[in-house]
Design a protein around this ligand. Structure first.
Ligand code: NAD
Length: 381
């Protein structure tokens, strides 16, 4: 069978779902590989590098989709792209089935199997395929780099011949995968880093990375935030008030605030209010990684950067992984290669779409003309 990767068609998307390295590994599983010409160019992978890795270069998207049994891409397919599918094909890409119901029905009606990389279950065995985590890790890192690029001072404190420089103070709100990556990057650059999450179990992780966990003045234990599966649930009004009061106290002191707080299947909670932005010092920077889902700061403008009247820069970009396209493509292509390993137990270049397998079942949203989303909960950890 042949695995093909088309060039991404969303404007500005620089990632690619197959790299020369991943193609070599896919060939070891018995597959032929093909790529649309220049699909890897924006991520730093030239056609010649693919050719050296034994990948066929295909001149057009039409030819690529028509000639591939399995199509691996990054962004959710468009309606036009779904037009290429039939019952002989498997599509692997991000899909966000919860918000793309019509597309999912269309994909199922074509009879193709569709695996959504954003639906890989968050269980230990599936970590190597967990594209949400690999992309969130990059977003967290890049958020700090982007903040630094817009911040006029050092992160680390310095005593120089020309004067003493205080260290920057960074607050990371939400310590999931992206938040922890931001914390690690911030502490390694030398900033004094604080972090808050509604899930108190992350405090130890935060502290082990050299940051200070922010505790609330809340009567009950700070255990409001977690529910099964390790995800956050919406906070009670009292908890939220305590959280906002703490943030109001911190706002004038913080130089950089990185917000990453999300609750599954909901708009991002508003946690950094307008009065907090107004209380921040001129030159401070907010990076809102929740911008895609409405933002943790309501002043955030999605996909843009603004400077407020009091001189605070607010960054609402939603394409952080694409801004590090080489790294993001390598990790994403590796996630896909691991998925293909599970889909090819005999290493014979043939897909065994085993719907009894928790990971494959969990990520499959269309199969044999049926919509198979939402999946049942995984049976294993
Ligand atoms: P996410 O992107 O859904 O949310 C980001 C963070 O925001 C979470 O830590 C959440 O607790 C926090 N948050 C929500 N509301 C908040 C509020 N009001 N104030 C402050 N913080 C708030 O998170 P994620 O990175 O996808 O991780 C979610 C969970 O999944 C975590 O428990 C993580 O450890 C787990 N996980 C498991 C695996 C695995 O086992 N394979 C992989 C990745 C993540």
């Amino acid at each position: 069978m042949k695995i093909g990767t088309p060039k991404e068609i969303l404007p500005g998307e620089a990632r690619v779902a197959m790299t020369p390295d991943s193609a070599r590994q896919l060939q070891k599983l018995g597959y032929d590989c093909a790529i649309e010409t220049n699909a890897g160019k924006a991520a730093g992978f030239a056609d010649s590098a693919y050719e050296e890795a034994g990948v066929e270069i295909v001149e057009s998207a039409d030819a690529l989709w028509a000639g591939s049994d399995i199509i691996a891409k990054v962004r959710p397919p468009t309606e036009d792209e779904l037009g290429y599918l039939d019952e002989t094909k498997t599509l692997i890409s991000h899909f966000y089935p919860g918000s793309n119901e019509e597309l999912m029905k269309l994909a199922a009606s074509k009879g193709a199997s569709v695996i959504a990389m954003d639906m890989i279950p968050r269980i230990s065995r599936a970590q190597k395929m967990d594209a949400l985590s690999s992309m969130a890790n990059i977003a967290g890192y890049r958020a700090v780099i982007e903040a630094g690029n817009n911040f006029g001072r050092f992160f680390t404190g310095q005593v120089t011949a020309a004067g003493k420089v205080p260290p920057a103070k960074v607050l990371v709100v939400g310590a999931g995968v992206a938040g922890l990556a931001a914390i690690g990057t911030s502490t390694s650059l030398g900033a004094i880093t604080y972090a808050f999450d509604v899930r108190p179990e992350v405090a130890e992780q935060v502290e082990s990375m050299g940051a200070e966990f922010v505790y609330l003045d809340f009567e009950e234990e700070q255990t409001d935030g977690s529910e099964s599966g390790g995800y956050a649930k919406p906070s009670s009004p009292e908890f939220r008030e305590a959280q906002l009061a703490k943030f109001r106290e911190l706002a004038p002191e913080m130089d950089i605030v990185i917000t990453t707080a999300l609750i599954p299947n909901r708009e991002a909670p508003e946690l950094w209010t307008e009065d907090m932005v107004k209380a921040m010092k001129r030159g401070s920077v907010i990076v809102d990684l929740a911008a895609e889902r409405g933002g943790n700061c309501k002043m955030t403008v999605k996909d843009d950067k603004i400077v407020t009247d009091n001189g605070v820069t607010i960054i609402g970009y939603t394409d952080f992984p694409s801004r590090m396209a080489t790294q993001a493509s390598s990790l994403y292509a590796t996630n896909i290669r691991h998925l293909m390993t599970d889909l090819t137990p005999e290493k014979d270049g043939k897909v065994d779409h085993n719907m009894e397998d928790d990971v494959i079942r969990g990520a499959t949203i269309a199969h044999e003309k049926e919509v198979t989303f939402p999946p049942p909960p995984p049976k294993t950890k």
